[in-house]
Write a protein that binds this ligand. Structure first.
Ligand code: AMP
Ligand code: MG
Length: 458
């Protein structure tokens, strides 16, 4: 046995309208790109004798262990504000859950072939989005931002047809606290399936929020985790790009790395996604969109409450607390980046700095990593900051030197499409050590290297 995966899958105890059992479509020539040994160790997996070929066979879906019970989950979601009543895992397959030292996690293949929820899609992924997800989730983990994780990436040996032409196919293995989304609740709420909603609510509380006490407590705790998560995104200049309700994970991890990016030059209106024409998911819109998404979650929870009028009133009161809660999380996330305790004064200083940065078109990451340089760039701000007596060790711990810059990711993807994975591995090593200076990865893009748009992970 090359790798023992002792799956213990509880999601399948839910009624069968929550998922469809589905086998992985075979691929012609699976080759391992990368395996996350550190994550495997964290998960308590024994990988000692596993060869690359065995890993490729398992994590392409070609040779699933007998313990796997593959299935695709159903969900719905608001996509760019419009409700899609039927989405689901269209290119992903759950292998099962592991009761691991990290807690209970889902192991999922992404890019593994069509499912009943594929709609017009082919169920496949090409190597670009697979490498982007791998890099981004490893970087987020190293930055201590809650995220789904990447265990493996393989090429399939098959070509995938995209707008750019035929591209090498690939599959990423995702590890998540679970894949329950706001959209999972919305799926059953939209159908008036109260029995399913009650089961989902009970399951979610037991799995993720055991002390929530009920739907109202669940809503409050989900809101608290989302506020914390999005504040951390803001503090790292991260733009998710597709904050549809099907991409909001109830356990509070960043999920679905599609057209996402860490900003180079700071501006609050920055948008990357090629399909986000209205700037709905621009950097500065992430907090109000989170508020809106949480309101959709609250709406989906109302049917499980005995007195629905009362529930609407109570849930509205909870949701109305989001802006204040977010502001305090924002302060908690930004203050240490200035080496200061989380006070209103620190929040004002952080906002002033951001305003200066926007006007000066300053690099987000490098400005925070080199705050002493503001003595020349923003001298008045610098004086006020020093007068607040910052703790330099604290700010150093909270400001990465290296983030996965979009032009570096594109460079790695470009090389990978010709079979050269060296730039990918070098970038991966850099972003998994984000607090270590690493010159080639710290430079903002030259004008000719600038990537203005990122594309959906299809
Ligand atoms: P996403 O943009 O990744 O959040 O995906 C939105 C929806 O489209 C989900 O239901 C996906 O499963 C589905 N989807 C995205 N790409 C594909 C694909 N290549 N084949 C089938 N379904 C897809
Ligand atoms: Mg999605």
């Amino acid at each position: 046995m090359p790798l023992s995966l002792p799956f213990d899958t509880t999601y399948l105890t839910l009624p069968d309208r929550f998922y469809t059992r589905q086998t992985a479509a075979p691929v012609s020539d699976p080759q391992l790109i990368v395996f996350n040994h550190a994550l495997a160790a964290d998960l308590g997996l024994e990988t000692g004798t596993m060869t690359d070929a065995e890993a490729a066979a398992i994590f392409s879906g070609n040779a699933l262990p007998d313990t796997a019970t593959p299935f695709a989950q159903v969900y719905a979601g608001h996509q760019f504000g419009g409700f899609s009543p039927q989405l689901g895992d269209g290119r992903a397959l759950h292998l099962g859950e592991l009761d691991s030292p990290l807690g209970r996690v889902d192991i999922q293949l992404k890019g593994s072939g069509p499912t009943p929820y594929s709609r017009s899609g082919d169920g496949r992924a090409w190597v670009g989005p697979v490498l982007r997800e791998y890099l981004m989730s490893c970087a987020m983990q190293a930055l201590d931002i809650p995220t789904t994780k990447a265990l493996a990436a393989v090429t399939t040996g098959d070509r995938v047809l995209r707008e750019q032409g035929p591209l090498p196919g690939a599959i990423v293995t995702r590890v998540a606290a679970s894949h329950i989304r706001v959209g999972t609740f919305q799926f059953f709420a939209a159908r008036g399936d109260v029995e399913a909603l009650e089961k989902l609510t009970g399951y979610t509380i037991a799995r993720h929020y055991p002390d929530a006490g009920g739907p109202s407590g669940l809503l409050e705790q989900v809101m608290a985790r989302q506020a914390r998560l999005v504040a951390l995104w803001m503090a790292h200049g991260f733009i998710h790009g597709v904050m549809n309700t099907d991409n909001v994970q109830i356990a509070g991890e960043t999920i679905d790395y599609g057209p996402c990016a860490f900003m180079d030059t700071y501006h609050p209106d920055t948008v990357f996604s090629s399909i986000d024409h209205q700037g709905r998911y621009a950097y500065s819109n992430q907090p109000p969109i989170t508020h809106w998404n949480l309101a959709q979650f609250a709406t989906a929870l109302v049917p499980v409450m005995p007195d629905q009028d009362q529930a609407i009133e109570d849930f509205t009161a909870v949701i109305n607390r989001f802006p204040a809660l977010f502001q305090s999380e924002w302060t908690r996330a930004f203050a240490p980046k200035l080496g200061l305790p989380a006070t209103d004064q620190a929040a004002v200083l952080a906002q002033d700095l951001l305003d200066h940065m926007a006007k000066a078109k300053a690099d987000f990451t490098n400005t925070f990593a080199n705050l002493h340089q503001t003595a020349t760039t923003f001298p008045d701000w610098h004086k006020t900051w020093r007068a607040a007596d910052p703790d330099d060790a604290l700010w150093a711990r909270h400001n990465p030197q290296v983030i996965p810059r979009t032009h570096k990711i594109e460079e790695a993807i470009q090389a990978a499409t010709t079979g050269d994975y060296a730039p990918f591995h070098a970038l991966l090593a850099a972003v998994t050590n984000p607090f270590t200076k690493n010159e080639p990865y710290m430079q903002p893009p030259d004008p000719n290297e600038k990537v203005l748009q990122t594309f959906c992970g299809t």
